[in-house]
Write a protein that binds this ligand. Sequence first.
Ligand code: FAD
Ligand code: NAP
Length: 555
Amino acid sequence: MAKTAEAAEVQNSTGDGTANGTGEQASTYDMVVVGAGFGGLYQVQRAREAGLSVIGFEAGADVGGTWYWNRYPGARCDIPSLLYSYTWSDDLRETWRWSEKYATQPEILDYARHVADRFDLRRHFQFDTRVASAVYDEDKAEWLVETDTGETVRARFCVMATGCLSVPKAPDIEGAASFKGTIYVTGLWPHEKVSFAGQRVAVIGTGSSAIQSLPLIAAEASAVTVFQRTPNYSLPALNREISDEERAVFDAFFPDYKAALKAGASPLPIPPVGYQPTEEELSTSIAKMWNGDGLISLVMIPNLVRDAVTNARAGDYVREQVKAIVKDPEVAEALTPRGFPIGAKRACVDTDYYDTFNQPHVTLVDLRKTPIAAITPTGVRTTVADVEVDAIVYAVGFDAMTGALNRMDIRGRGGRALKEVWSEGPKTYLGVAVAGFPNLFLVTGPGSPSVLTNMMTAIEQHVDWITDAIGYLGARQIGAIEPSGEAQEAWVAHVNEEADKTLFPQAASWYLGANVPGKPRVFMPYVGEGYKIRCDQVAAAGYEGFVLSRRGEAA
Ligand code: FAD
Ligand code: NAP
């Protein structure tokens, strides 16, 4: 879908087009939103409710974000669907019916489309349009946003809902371009149905995307070779249809769930940090990892990411399961995760992943023993063998959390580029704003809990906070808001301190930027407690730690 007539319709809704730096006419809005995933959709909805004129830009051809791009076989949520849902509309919740415990990608994409239809959100977006730059015009206290189609718009507020996992890593292995077969990247999967029937397929990577897709690829292909650098911890999804009884239980729980979220409390009975379980409680909670509770089972293990002994016990439990499932002891050993704490990389939730390696046409190559030397025109060459394949599936992950932001030329006061300010790692206040970048907001930015939580509720919390902050400015004729340098420094230090109290930094994860060569190693999500309470306190104290200025002049 190209730019829509409807999108053109909403332009200039706050006034005349104003001349931009190039002398061309730029339409002016109250807010620009970048991204039409669940973050961008909700932000547009809230902006509209607040009476703001808003335009959204989305690089893809439709809404859905993650679920628009990641169409690989087996893609599903790893948070139960009933929780991986917006909570902001009772009407939406009461009329949408998830079919399975962990919904498939097509169903989640349908949900995003349904939201867009029901709330008439598409008309505010221009699709197939990538934002190339966003530059703060200090004289006018406005953002000048330019797209890859050459269009420029102006807006007082710019909200980056560009996603934490929206920039797939390039298949940058030596010789990759020489391959003559078909190349797939899980995060850029084709829209048409892909058939692997009768094909020899290489799967590179063993993160969540590979772990979800392998069993389905293996069900079709004549041969699959999995190239594994680091074995992951994966828990069984035990996926199934949601029963009417479960729906009723969830409906009854929903008011408490929502109230807990509003209060910034955990909606689940998560053991508090430091809780000392009895031996029985601990072993029961560890065994629940195999009961299909997935990632929820991990947060229910007391101090899992804070106590090395507990963590080792939980890790041992997974190691025993792998040994029990995988029949070939050598393959089982190669698949066994070791050397980093369970939970310190996002654990995977799978359907038949380990069991797939019991099939005779599925082979595991342990890259720690025999690394990839190059991709060749006919397949993958390791240090000991050439594996000839018809297709390569790259499931090699994302330039996470900062990737989408650093790919744009975002410039704040004095023309300072965000990527320069972040050259040693991202710096934000509360993960939602950056000093020197007035009226720029990040949805689930680095320095907020984001990817360590249910992203749906993290998105809602941020969008609500951003919209409330804008309302506060509007009510007081305040032109601009941005963090003070001191508040930001203190927050960054706090984010690091909290991470250092945990086992997270012990894994070479994408949380740390360790999966992208040359990326600064900084633990990006906020792992401390009481995040929403802190955000609400900041707001209640008149946006403590932020500098509020009349027209966005330098503070
Ligand atoms: P996204 O959905 O990533 O949307 C961002 C959008 O911004 C994209 O469509 C992108 O094209 C667009 N964009 C980026 N840059 C630009 C630009 N410069 N110009 C224009 N458009 C731009 N989280 C969970 O909590 N539970 C899960 O089960 C779960 N499963 C996941 C499965 C996969 C395969 C992946 C990759 C992630 C998963 N996540 C999950 C995380 C997921 O990203 C979030 O849950 C959520 O979908 C993020 O929504 P978002 O709107 O913030 O970002
Ligand atoms: P990932 O977790 O980063 O996994 C990438 C895999 O590719 C890793 O095994 C990595 O090995 C490997 N790899 C990277 N570069 C390689 C190279 N050059 N040669 C060989 N192997 C290489 O990425 P992902 O699987 O796409 O998942 C990313 C995140 O998205 C997840 O953690 C999760 O948050 C989300 N996600 C969720 C689901 C879900 O279940 N709902 C599904 C998919 C994704 P190393 O570990 O050694 O670096």
